[in-house]
Design a protein around this ligand. Structure first.
Ligand code: C2E
Ligand code: CA
Ligand code: CA
Length: 768
């Protein structure tokens, strides 16, 4: 009960621990995974930031290069300001297409000057419509020129300078021109030069082309309707590159004709948008610098991350380990609570749980049949334990457990209830027939002997069988009934099984009643003593008497000692009963004529603490001579606490009593008992004697026992001799004394006294 109460409490506690362990584990795992995901996101973001930083840096470089390129055109035009913002130039240009033109002035001021000052390999003076007025190559005039391949570019640029209002100087407003056009002007209404620039491929080289309108620097009448334009083409040269390198801090800036594979670059495009070359340089990447400056932080972070990761993994591992340990110990505790340590079989608690479950199933489903309970108890286990030692007993229990488990069908539930008790549960249909089948199967398990530490033990078992819900719906009651049936099997002579029947319950009830009545009987003097003579085998002469208890029940009549002595022993009445018996017998027989007086002692009496004092007191009280008394003990006495018992027997011997070994041949007779104590006589059991007639072996064994008894200087008494043949046979075997109905039946004390007193008393045998 306590165990059953304990197990679930313990389990829920453990379960709570397991659940919290698992929770911790999951939280740790979640945190760890979150951390890993977060770190991965952080690393990716950092990497992306580096890429973006690099990209921005490249873009910035490209913009700066592009801007410098644009600015270089503007500054090229700016350098020409003295040339294009000049009244004289306006006038010369205006006159140019006509004969009045001063070509020498134009050649000097435009062609030579531009070549020498700005390195213009090509210089042109063109009209507003794009017609070439004069062209110079490397400062020298080109005759009959129409601008050639530059014409298209010039026209485009002039168009652009109008459209995008590329103006040199600070524009303040507009001045109206002829034909509704407008011209940008300064604050002082002076016209500002328009301009545009671009790149061209010229003689296989990349050139910077600029066009700029020629405007007056002093107000002279209205602004001319259509200005002339100065065109300059300069090769994009090493010097230009070098200054760009310096200005942009790009030491390896280079001009490529082909599209470069690596590094940063911008395309140099002709006016029509075609790429005519590339400026390439090694991009400055900020990421290494970022990495360098954030390095220590990153390292610290990485270390922390690794630390946290390791810590997290350790926490996880530990929580996993703890949970596993708990699961194992929980399983272990559960197993221990439900199993028997010695045999490994399920224990009583487990079996009762199972029985309850099975019963519930059978109750719920009429077709499920019954649960059969086979209550098994080894026969004479105590004897084996006491004579062969506990290790043999334990080993036997283990072997029986193994055998039961192996031989009984797998679906049967085999449990050990403690000691030498086992229970087999089987769910089946078939009522009595199935009970018999189960009983026979259990008996068959014990058919072969057991081999234990070199010895071969022939062990049998008794078994009681009940089944429910047919016999009872209550598991406890079912077990009790199987136990009652087991008790009956034992009573019937062991090595058998009994099915439980209703009348068994009645007999149990009777037992309880008898036990109660027996207590009263001692007090009410319903008990008496009968005496049966013990005679010599040869002549039938009475040499002794055996005192036998008698109980005359007021209602039930005479009750046999075979029935009530065991009840007295089990019910705790035996000591009182035995003491009464000794007192009565010693008192009655004290004055009887010379003969031995045998009294039976129960093992319970012999082993009880105060026995020696009690018997000494009774001797003193009654005045009987212990030398006349033979105390009969059974083998049962020798089995328990033999050291103590041998001490008691020794003391009885010193007091002058003689000791007989009673019922020899019944039960677990072992010749070795004979050597344990110096018995005065052996009484060979009645059942043994009754076999002598039919069984040749019994006779031989009888002879052996008698011979052994004699060799140990013991008298040999044959009990229960009923026929003349038996008398002859036991005589032939060497038993010098007999006791049996053939001579006398037990008789009341007075009759016995008379018989002993009558000098002519003749046993029936001799009278016949
Ligand atoms: P036991 O000590 O073996 O006593 C002998 C029994 O055999 C007696 O039965 C006796 O009547 C019976 N008997 C004798 N000759 C024959 C015969 O030829 N044929 C048959 N069938 N039986 C014969 P009883 O008096 O019924 O006693 C039975 C058992 O009760 C005794 O067996 C003894 O074990 C026990 N008992 C009797 N009185 C006492 C007692 O005072 N104390 C104790 N502890 N046990 C007693
Ligand atoms: Ca006896
Ligand atoms: Ca006997």
């Amino acid at each position: 009960m306590t165990l059953m109460g304990l197990v679930p409490a313990k389990r829920s506690d453990t379960e709570r621990k397991i659940a919290s362990g698992l929770r911790t584990g999951w939280i740790a795992l979640g945190t760890l995974l979150g951390l890993i995901a977060l770190s991965a996101a952080l690393v990716l973001a950092f990497e992306r930031a580096l890429v973006v930083a690099d990209d921005l840096a490249r873009q910035d470089e490209r913009q700066r290069v592009q801007r410098l390129l644009d600015r270089s055109m503007e500054s090229a035009v700016g350098a020409q300001l003295g040339l294009i913002n000049w009244n004289e130039a306006v006038m010369h240009a205006a006159r140019a297409p006509s004969d009045r033109a001063d070509m020498a002035w134009l050649d000097r001021e435009f062609g030579t000057y531009a070549w020498q000052m700005f390195g213009s390999r090509d210089a042109l003076l063109v009209g507003d419509s794009g017609t070439v007025i004069r062209e110079w190559a490397d400062g020298r005039p080109v005759q009959q020129s129409d601008g050639g391949e530059l014409r298209q570019a010039i026209a485009t640029l002039i168009g652009r300078s109008y459209a995008s209002a590329g103006v040199l100087g600070d524009q303040h407003g507009w001045a109206a021109m002829a034909a509704g056009q407008r011209w940008p002007v300064e604050r002082n209404r002076m016209p500002l030069p328009r301009w545009a620039g671009g790149l061209v491929r010229r003689n296989g080289q990349i050139g910077i082309i600029t066009v700029a309108s020629i405007v007056p620097d002093q107000v002279v009448g209205p602004i001319m309707a259509r200005p002339a334009w100065f065109v300059s083409v300069r090769p994009f040269e090493a010097a230009q590159l070098a200054s760009m390198r310096r200005d942009l801090l790009l030491p390896d800036l280079q001009l490529d004709r082909e599209r470069p594979g690596a590094g940063n670059a911008i395309a140099l495009r002709a006016l029509d948008g075609r790429p005519i070359g590339w400026l390439r340089w090694t991009a400055k990447s900020p990421s290494p610098a970022i990495l360098r400056s954030t390095g220590p932080m990153l390292w610290t972070w990485s270390l922390l991350f690794v630390g946290v990761l390791i810590g997290g993994i350790m926490v996880l591992r530990r929580s996993w380990w703890i949970t596993r340990e708990l699961l194992v110990s929980e399983a272990q505790a559960r197993h221990n609570a439900l199993h028997d340590a010695m045999s490994g079989l399920p224990n009583r608690v487990h079996a009762m749980q199972r029985l309850r479950q099975d019963l519930a199933i059978c109750l719920g489903d009429a077709k499920a049949g019954d649960v059969f309970v086979g209550y098994v108890d080894l026969d004479g286990f105590k004897v084996i334990n006491d004579t062969q030692g506990h290790h043999v007993g334990d080993e036997l229990v283990r072997q029986v457990a193994i055998r039961l488990r192996q031989r009984m069908p797998e679906s049967d539930f085999v449990a050990r209830f403690g000691g030498d008790e086992f229970v087999v549960l089987r769910r089946a249909v078939g009522g009595r027939a199935m009970a018999d089948e189960l009983g026979n199967e259990i008996m068959a398990v014990f058919a072969e002997p057991f081999a234990i530490s070199g010895a071969v033990l022939d062990v049998t078992c008794s078994c009681g069988i009940s089944w429910g819900p047919a016999q009872s719906e209550d598991p406890g009651e079912l077990l009790r009934r199987a136990d009652i049936a087991l008790y009956r099997a034992k009573q019937r002579g062991r090595a058998r099984f009994r099915r439980y029947t209703r009348d068994m319950d009645a007999s149990v009830k009777l037992r309880l009643e008898l036990e109660r009545e027996l207590r009263r009987a001692v007090a009410r003097d319903e008990l008496s003593v009968a005496y049966q003579p013990i005679v010599t085998t040869a002549s039938g002469e009475i040499v002794g008497v055996e005192a036998l208890l008698r109980w005359q029940h007021p209602e039930r009549g005479a009750i046999r000692p075979d029935l009530f002595v065991p009840i007295a022993e089990q019910g705790g009445v035996m000591i009182a009963l035995g003491t009464w018996m000794l007192r009565r017998v010693f008192a009655q027989c004290r004055d009887w004529p010379d003969c031995d007086i045998s009294v039976n002692l129960s093992p319970i009496q012999v082993m009880s603490g105060g026995f020696l004092a009690t018997i000494a007191e009774i001797v003193a009280e009654t005045g009987i001579d212990p030398a006349r008394v033979v105390l009969e003990i059974t083998e049962g006495v020798m089995l328990d606490r033999s050291e103590h018992v041998l001490g008691v027997l020794g003391e009885l011997d010193r007091m002058g009593f003689r000791i007989a070994l009673d019922d020899f041949g019944k039960g677990y007779s072992s010749l070795s008992y004979l050597r344990l104590f110096n018995f005065e006589r052996i009484k060979i059991d009645r059942s043994f004697v009754s076999h002598v007639e039919s069984d040749g072996d019994a006779k031989a064994i009888l002879c052996t026992i008698a011979a052994l008894g004699h060799s140990l200087r013991m008298k040999v008494v044959a009990e229960g001799v009923e026929t003349e043949t038996q008398r002859q046979l036991v005589q032939a075997a060497g038993c010098e004394l007999v006791q049996g109905y053939l001579f006398w039946k037990p008789m009341p004390a007075e009759a016995m006294r008379d018989l002993l007193d009558a000098p002519t008393a003749t046993p029936r045998l001799l009278r016949a």
